[in-house]
Design a protein around this ligand. Structure first.
Ligand code: 5GP
Ligand code: MN
Length: 331
């Protein structure tokens, strides 16, 4: 896994289309913007393609000038252009449909990634896609400009819960250390991100706190948010990391599950687990995927049907932990 693999396939001024997964998070956007800045300094013409404008939460990040909003059906890639797909556990998660075109680079850290690129920089041991990219550039002596370091650092922070989740390794901290040395602007991140959460996030937390319930011998916290609540409170797109930290951080709780009815009969399932349950495997049973400790799926049906199904799966996994347990496997 190194930069030399792609270098001969790129040339000065080349159009490089960088794509991420739907509803991109801090790692997807931080990795994409950071990569665009690095590619630009190397002489390429990178574009971070998005089907809709990037969430306001992330507009403070450097590299916004590389963002181009292109609706899904209107994507036209130049014949000699290169495509790089970041942070997508599988090709279907990519915001754009690539058909049988293999992206030049598939950079990711999901265990479920099948390696759909021509070059696959996939390391499930990396806490974030940005960790993998930072390491790769560092090891190959490619300078990460301060603006890119800020983007990558933000990506590390969000995918590790401020370096708190079990996916953190010494390599994560080595990458973070390198990024700080390269000039990552931690003060900017603190003021514009860490201590600048949207008000609607607090409204979402309030709804969750009012609605959650303990199930399965108090080992699981389940919370269902009906469509009308999501819409009325304008919390459809709210970040859930902090509320998950609170739920999961509770004594005796092994898993926290949020069921968000994003539209009638369409449920976005989000799950976080602590020590035993393999969230990725459970989400896989529902047609989704993700990481060992954080995974999700989309369920077609009512909130009640989604609740019944998830409780059924969780209860079978908790009854026979060995069938779904991740043991000491790294996240
Ligand atoms: P979240 O709960 O924050 O939406 O997602 C947590 C993780 O689960 C994400 O990093 C992503 O890898 C995975 N994930 C969430 N939703 C889906 C889904 O619908 N399909 C797949 N394959 N993975 C998902
Ligand atoms: Mn990620």
């Amino acid at each position: 896994m190194n930069w030399q693999q792609v270098e001969p396939l790129l040339y000065k001024g080349q159009d490089v289309a960088i794509m991420v997964h739907e509803r991109p998070d801090g790692d997807a956007l931080g990795s994409a913007l950071g990569l665009a800045i690095v590619l630009h300094t190397l002489g390429m013409s990178p574009r971070v393609l998005r089907v809709s404008p990037i969430d306001e939460t992330f507009t403070f990040l450097p590299g916004q000038s590389f963002v181009e909003v292109v609706p899904r059906g209107e994507l036209e890639l130049p014949k000699n252009g290169a495509v790089m797909v970041l942070d997508c556990g599988d090709q279907e998660r990519c915001e754009y449909f690539l058909g049988n075109k293999r992206p030049l680079v598939n950079a990711d850290h999901h265990v479920t990634n099948p390696g759909f690129g021509i070059i696959n920089w996939v390391d499930p041991g990396a806490a974030a896609t940005a960790e993998l990219l930072s390491r790769l550039f560092y090891e190959d002596g490619i300078t990460i400009p301060p603006e890119a370091a800020t983007c990558f650092y933000l990506a590390l922070l969000t995918d590790t819960g401020w370096f708190h989740y079990p996916n953190v390794t010494w390599k994560t901290m080595a990458a973070a250390s390198h990024l700080i040395r390269q000039g990552a602007d931690l003060q900017l991140i603190r003021s514009r991100f860490g201590e600048n959460h949207p008000v609607k996030e607090l409204r979402m937390m309030k709804e969750v706190m009012n609605r959650f319930r303990f199930i399965l011998n108090d080992q699981v916290i389940l919370c269902s948010l009906p469509c009308e609540v999501m819409t009325k409170q304008d919390i459809l797109t709210s970040e859930t990391d902090r509320v998950f930290d609170v739920l999961k951080g509770t004594q005796g709780v092994e898993a926290a599950v949020l069921l968000k009815e994003v539209e009638p009969n369409l449920i976005k399932i989000s799950m976080r687990t602590k020590q035993v349950l393999n969230a990725s495997e459970i989400a896989g049973l529902l047609g989704g995927g993700g990481h060992v400790r954080a995974a999700g799926a989309t369920f077609a049906g009512s909130l009640e049907a989604a609740e019944t199904r998830i409780i059924e799966i969780l209860s079978s996994r908790l009854a026979t932990p060995e069938s779904g347990a991740a043991g000491t496997q790294a996240p």
